[in-house]
Structure formats: C-alpha cells, structure tokens
Design a protein around this ligand. Structure first.
Ligand code: 5GP
Length: 191
C-alpha cells in the first residue's frame, strides 16, 4: 500500500535494527483517514474469504480493525491482554510473549463472542515473531472456529513471523513489508 509506505518513510523511526516506532499515526496518534484506507485495502483483499468476524488484539490493532469491520459490514472483537473483574467467566485464554515488552500476557476471549461456525479475520498492527497472531489463532481454533486470514499493517519480513504462519497454511496479507531497519534506514521488500 503505497500511501502507507510513504507515511512510514516520512514519520517512522527505526529505534534499532528490529523495532520501528510509528507513534504519530498508528501506535499513539492515530491518522483516521489512513486507517480508513487501510480498511479499504483489507476489505479488497479479504472480501471473498467468507469472513464472518474480525478479531484484533488490543490496543493498536483496534483502529485498523474497526475501519475494516465497518467497510466489510462485519462484527469486530478485541482480544484482551488481561482478564478483569468484568471479564472473568467462560473465557478462552492463552499465554503470549510480547515482542515490545518482553513479558508474557494472557490473551483473553469471552466464549460468547465466537462460535464454531465463525471464519475469523485476524488483524494486527505489526508482525514480528508471530507470537500475537499465533495466540489469536489458538483462541479461534480452541473454539472450533476457522481462521479466514491474517491482515497485518506493518510486517517486518526479516523476522520469522510471516514464514511461520505461511508454513502453517494461513493466508497472511501485509500492507507494508519491511526488509531492513537500522539507524536512518527503512527499506521495503521489493514486490
Ligand atoms: P509478534 O507477536 O509478531 O512477535 O509481535 C507483534 C506485536 O508486537 C504487535 O502486536 C505489536 O504490538 C508489537 N510489535 C512488534 N514489533 C513492533 C515494532 O517494531 N514496533 C511496534 N510499535 N510494535 C511492534
């Protein structure tokens, strides 16, 4: 997605050879117009994948996921990173290792928001080692539902997540695929 790539080049900061900061439009400030265009791109790719529901992982996946859900006219569910007094009964839970925080969290889904007939599109902001996506997949499959695809806003293609997911047979569609990060360097996969 060309507008996204240009925005990453203009505003993104490579904090290291593995971490990209995009606080001005995706992770802190949110550019709603760009999120809308991201939603359109996901819709165009996934509209014939028989998707019944869109899942995302709080919190930075919510903006692109809600724009996709709106344009595909589908329900959306936010997977929680912790349970609470409100969210405590009839849950699916799985442990996920956080790439950015280097800690584990319990990815949580209330059983009432999934049925075995669902075909779920999972949307997230970044794909690195694939831990978050694999956690979401485990919750969907534990419920007996199917994963219709995985939509990623920014994929770091030099990390193993994409290959892991593709090797397991999942359809991964990423809007910007980064091949290299470094001091002052952001390069994309040639497509
Ligand atoms: P994974 O689970 O694939 O290893 O990492 C994906 C998750 O970690 C995403 O949900 C995202 O929140 C976070 N993440 C991974 N890499 C980056 C990065 O370079 N920048 C930012 N801002 N978040 C990242």
């Amino acid at each position: 997605m060309e507008t996204l790539k240009q925005r990453i080049l203009a505003d993104g900061v490579a904090l290291s050879e593995t971490v990209l900061k995009v606080d001005s439009f995706l992770n802190h400030g949110v550019d709603a117009q760009l999120m809308y265009e991201i939603g359109t791109s996901f819709k165009n790719y996934f509209e014939h994948h028989q998707v019944t529901k869109i899942f995302t992982i709080e919190s930075s996946g919510i903006a692109p996921a809600v724009m996709t859900a709106m344009q595909m006219d589908l329900p959306m569910v936010t997977l929680k990173k912790q349970s609470s007094k409100i969210l405590k009964d009839d849950l699916y839970q799985t442990t996920v290792h956080s790439f950015t925080k280097s800690t584990d969290y319990q990815l949580t889904l209330s059983k009432k928001y999934i049925s075995k007939d669902d075909h779920v599109l999972i949307i997230d902001d970044f794909l690195a080692n694939g831990e978050a996506a694999l956690g979401a997949i485990r919750l969907v499959e534990e419920a007996g539902a199917k994963v219709a695809g995985i939509g990623i806003v920014i994929e770091k293609s030099f990390q193993p997540g994409r290959q892991l997911l593709v090797d397991k047979g999942y359809d991964v569609y990423s809007l910007a695929r980064i091949s290299k990060l470094g001091s002052g360097i952001i390069e994309f996969v040639e497509e």
